[in-house]
Structure formats: structure tokens, C-alpha cells
Design a protein around this ligand. Structure first.
Ligand code: FMN
Length: 222
């Protein structure tokens, strides 16, 4: 039998096979909370035979959402909606259920055009907000210039990851994935192109990595 179909393990979680459904944004949440759409979409993936299904990128604070339809896990209503969803999904198959936590940083407050697989800044009439980032550098021409995070803002985001992790544990998830790629906030800190800070969160590789390390520490502790 192929190793693909043998039991796997991530940390303390055992998975029936090594087929994993990666997180896929659905842009269908209301105020960050799961809807019937998510149950239908994820229900079919639960029955696909995959050993692990990871739910879409979910913001740890409101300003970190990519767009209005993105999922969030920073209030009680969102937590309750996730708990109901996880409970319903568990009835469908033994697949493990993971959640991806994220913060979009300067790529927040966008409007996604799925058919063109790209985004553009959210216009003010659709409720645009000011994104935050390691440095005030816009993603592209015509995109919003993000607000530069101060020390308190960075610590707030690390805490927000931990708080969302606690909410995810209560909602019944088996594991978490932290989004450190695709040009989102953690990635923005890692890259010297988007991180021009001169404090302990920028400059050397060690300083640019610091937020990723601190987020992992805080989430593990939570
Ligand atoms: C509709 C859609 C939504 C996605 N949403 C996410 C996401 O929420 N988080 C993430 O890390 N990647 C996301 N991705 C990227 C996928 O996880 C994956 O990295 C990408 O599709 C490449 O893998 P593939 O060649 O197997 O499709 C998304 C991809 C698609 C097609």
C-alpha cells in the first residue's frame, strides 16, 4: 500500500491518511462567521476520503481580514458558528479538522475577484478600513498605504493569534495552521522588501523572524 494511504501524525494528532485538503477562502462569511455555504462546501470535502481538512484562512482580528466575506475568529458569535460547524462536520466522516489562522496585514481591505484570481482595494462605500503592516508601504499602485504598527500594535496581534487559538480549541478543532506565506502579515515581517523597521522587529533576519517565532510561542502556550 502506498505511504500516502497510511496513518500519519502531526504533533499529537493522528490522521488516517496523508491526503490533506488545503485551506480555501470562500469569501462567503457574514461578519466573519460561517454560513450554510461553509457546511455544504466543507461537508463534501469531509466525505472526500482525505485524512485532514483545513478550513480557510481565518483572521485573528477585524483589520486583518482580507475582505468583508473573510472568516474571523475574534468574537463570540464567530466562535459559536465555528463550534456548530465542527460539530456538524464530525458527523460526516472521521477526517480531522484543522483551521488556518491569518492576518492579512497590508493586503487587508481588498475586494477579491475570484474569476480573475486577483484582488483590488476595497472602495470606501464597501466599508474599506485602513490596513496595518510592518512598514507603510502599499502593496501596489492605487492600493492603500498601511499604517505602520507600533510596539503595542505588534504585541496586540501576537495576543490576537493566541486568543483565536483558545477560541479554536473551544470550538473543537483538532489542529491549527498559521499562515506565514502569500505576502500576508507574517510574510511581510519576514521580507526586507516590506519590512523596513529599525526596531527589534526589523533589520537582521533574527529581528524580521521575531514576530513569527513569538506568534508560534503564544499559540502553543494558548
Ligand atoms: C479557491 C482557493 C482558495 C485558497 N485559499 C487559501 C487559503 O485560505 N489559505 C492558503 O494558505 N492558501 C489558499 N489557497 C492556496 C492553496 O492552499 C494552495 O496552496 C494552492 O492552491 C496551490 O496548491 P495546488 O497546486 O494543490 O492547488 C487557495 C487556493 C484556492 C484555489
Amino acid at each position: 500500500m502506498s505511504v500516502l494511504f497510511s496513518e500519519g501524525r502531526i504533533g499529537g494528532v493522528s490522521i488516517d491518511n496523508r491526503v490533506v485538503v488545503s485551506p480555501m477562502c470562500q469569501y462567503s462569511a457574514v461578519d466573519g462567521a460561517a454560513q450554510d455555504w461553509h457546511l455544504v462546501h466543507l461537508g463534501s470535502l469531509m466525505m472526500s476520503g482525505a485524512g485532514l481538512v483545513i478550513l480557510e484562512a481565518t483572521a485573528v482580528e477585524a483589520v486583518g481580514r482580507g475582505t468583508n466575506g473573510c472568516r474571523g475568529l475574534y468574537d463570540d458569535a464567530q466562535e459559536a458558528a465555528f463550534a456548530r460547524l465542527v460539530e456538524a462536520l464530525r458527523k460526516l466522516s472521521p477526517a480531522k479538522i484543522g483551521l488556518q489562522l491569518t492576518h492579512c496585514g497590508r493586503k487587508a481591505a481588498t475586494r477579491t475577484i475570484p474569476e480573475r484570481w486577483r484582488g483590488e482595494p476595497l472602495p470606501p462605500e464597501e466599508g474599506a478600513w485602513t490596513p496595518v503592516a510592518p512598514s507603510p508601504i502599499a502593496y501596489d499602485e492605487d492600493w492603500q498605504v498601511p499604517e505602520e504598527l507600533d510596539e503595542a500594535g505588534i504585541l496586540r496581534i501576537i495576543d490576537a493569534f493566541a486568543e483565536s487559538a483558545r477560541r479554536a480549541a473551544r470550538a473543537g478543532f483538532d489542529l491549527l495552521e498559521l499562515h506565514g506565506a502569500h505576502g500576508y502579515l507574517i510574510h511581510q515581517f519576514l521580507s526586507p522588501i516590506t519590512n523596513r523597521r529599525t526596531d527589534r522587529w526589523g533589520g537582521s533576519a533574527g529581528n524580521r523572524n521575531r514576530i513569527a517565532v513569538e506568534i508560534v510561542r503564544a499559540v502553543r502556550k494558548a
